[in-house]
Design a protein around this ligand. Structure first.
Ligand SMILES: Cc1cc2nc3c(=O)[nH]c(=O)nc-3n(C[C@H](O)[C@H](O)[C@H](O)COP(=O)(O)OP(=O)(O)OC[C@H]3O[C@@H](n4cnc5c(N)ncnc54)[C@H](O)[C@@H]3O)c2cc1C
Length: 462
């Protein structure tokens, strides 16, 4: 008999896991607390367009993303982000983000020289990187401490903080080198110098970010259509009891319904997974307890195109602010520049982001005050002289998991304890890394893990 599997959480991770499980013969039910699938992917109608108010760009990072798009027949529908460059906010005005600088720091020195972001002293210190001995092979440290040691503190504070810190809504002095920046950790393990490792390599263009004219919900719709499983929205799972590996587990929903399944994938935030497991696996629940997640907010705003065109700074693809800026605005994406299909000649659409780990500031502001503050920060930075025409505010409480130093060891302990209990697997951003590419891989691996853990025996979810 094909095993029955409950996938709890209908975000991208849960849907990828569900599809991979049904493809291999399991009978799958997706149980989603909300009224829609997609989780942190949400596309809304705005100013005559469809705009994403959660995740907005898919990085075609690894073979698993490309092959998923191919299998779903979505490749021909993709639209490519304009690779236009972004601004970095500095106390001395905006500066262009230099070529070759990413969330993991610089890969080339020459563009840094022209960028006027580092002081002469900071530039000299960054240039000494090849002389700094390598010492972190295999061990974990904070990304900020690691990059400060290699390139100097200015590179961390003025480049890595606004890039990586904004991306994770986190503190680069707490984020784990190995969990938050696995690509950097791989380089570190192979090369003593990060700059020398790049020498002679062709500098590929900016990484490829894509979406769909209908927004990223197109990917969610395609996954749901292809998954061949039962989907139940408005079904919050309140508790999970692991019987044992042979007998599977029982779920209790908020409406009091009980469901018996052979196995379960928990594609949920860590605090939600801890709550489900509190009774049946208290050691796992307490292991997940205290995993930090930042609350963030996205305000999509439209301005008259003529006013935006009159502010030269708004011709780039966006703006990033360091945590030291003292501003509520963390990042602004100039959507109309980034996604040419949104350009209607009348409106400039901008996505304003706020919220960082450890700060409750956004929760204390109502929507109107939030937009007023975010807009004021943008106008101050760019010289934009117009007020918003239309606004959509989307709040994401505890949405950005903070993969902090030691995360991989904590994760291994929690996963080990859970697999000893029975056929239940954790998947998604809080465990395997934020970003859609990481979640797609995590969902696929969860399906593999369930089928390895579980020998099919019992009846399906009703
Ligand atoms: C504002 C924002 C912008 C982002 N931008 C990008 C981007 O541009 N590119 C990128 O790659 N990544 C981006 N990310 C990150 C990316 O969106 C996430 O890493 C990814 O979507 C997480 O997917 P997930 O399925 O693991 O979790 P979620 O999407 O959080 O899904 C979890 C689901 O579980 C459900 N749930 C919770 N509790 C229960 C329960 N008890 N019972 C049943 N269901 C439950 C929730 O309702 C939710 O639908 C962004 C994230 C945010 C918040």
């Amino acid at each position: 008999m094909a095993p029955s599997v409950a996938v709890i959480g209908g975000g991208i991770t849960g849907l990828v896991a569900a599809r991979a499980l049904t493809a291999r013969g399991a009978r799958v039910t997706v149980l989603e607390a909300g009224s829609r699938l997609g989780g942190q992917i949400r596309s809304v109608a705005f100013a005559g367009h469809t705009v994403d108010v959660g995740a907005e760009a898919l990085h075609i990072a690894g073979p698993h993303v490309g092959s998923l798009l191919d299998e779903l027949g979505l490749r021909r529908d993709l639209v490519q982000a304009n690779p236009g460059s972004a601004w970095i906010w500095t106390g001395r005005g905006l500066r262009r983000l230099p070529a070759g600088v990413g969330p993991a720091g610089p890969t080339r020195l020459r563009p840094l020289l022209q960028a006027r972001i580092l002081s002469p002293r900071g530039l000299v210190r960054a240039g000494l990187e090849p002389l700094i001995p390598g010492s972190t092979r295999g061990s974990d440290v904070a990304v900020g401490a690691f990059l400060s040691r290699r390139f100097g503190r200015q590179v961390t504070d003025r480049l890595v903080d606004p890039l990586l810190g904004s991306l994770h809504a986190g503190d680069v002095h707490r984020l784990s080198l190995r969990a938050a920046t696995p690509y950097l950790a791989a380089q570190v393990d192979q090369h003593r110098s990060l700059l020398l490792a790049q020498r002679g390599r062709s500098q590929a263009g900016a990484p490829s970010f894509v979406s769909f004219p209908q927004g990223l919900t197109r990917l969610i719709d395609a996954l749901e259509a292809d998954a061949g499983c039962t989907v139940r929205c408005d079904t919050r799972v309140e508790a999970l009891t692991v019987v044992d590996t042979d007998s599977g587990c029982e779920l209790r929903t908020a409406s009091g319904e009980s469901l018996a399944v052979d196995a379960a994938v928990l594609a949920l935030p860590a605090h939600a997974a801890a709550r489900l497991l509190a009774e049946t696996a208290p050691e796992v629940a307490s292991g997940l307890d205290g995993w930090r997640a930042a609350s963030v907010v996205t305000a999509v705003v439209s301005y008259p195109a003529a006013a935006a065109d009159a502010a030269p700074a708004m011709r780039a693809s966006g703006l990033l602010l360091p945590s030291t800026s003292g501003r509520l605005l963390k990042a602004a994406t100039f959507l109309t520049r980034k996604w040419p299909f949104l350009d209607d000649g009348e409106r400039m659409l901008v996505r304003l982001s706020g919220g960082r780990a450890g700060s409750e500031e956004i929760a204390a502001l109502d929507d109107a005050e939030l937009v007023r503050r975010l807009h004021a920060d943008l106008a101050e930075a760019t010289g934009l002289g117009a007020e918003p025409l239309e606004v959509h505010v989307e709040r994401w409480p505890r949405a950005m998991p903070q993969l902090e130093v030691g995360h991989l060891e904590r994760l291994a302990a929690v996963r080990g304890a859970l697999s000893a209990r029975g056929p239940v697997v954790l998947a998604g951003a809080p465990y395997d890394g934020i970003g859609l590419a990481a979640c797609i891989r995590s969902g696929q691996r969860a399906a593999d893990a369930i089928l390895t853990l579980r020998a099919p025996t019992s009846e399906a979810v009703p």
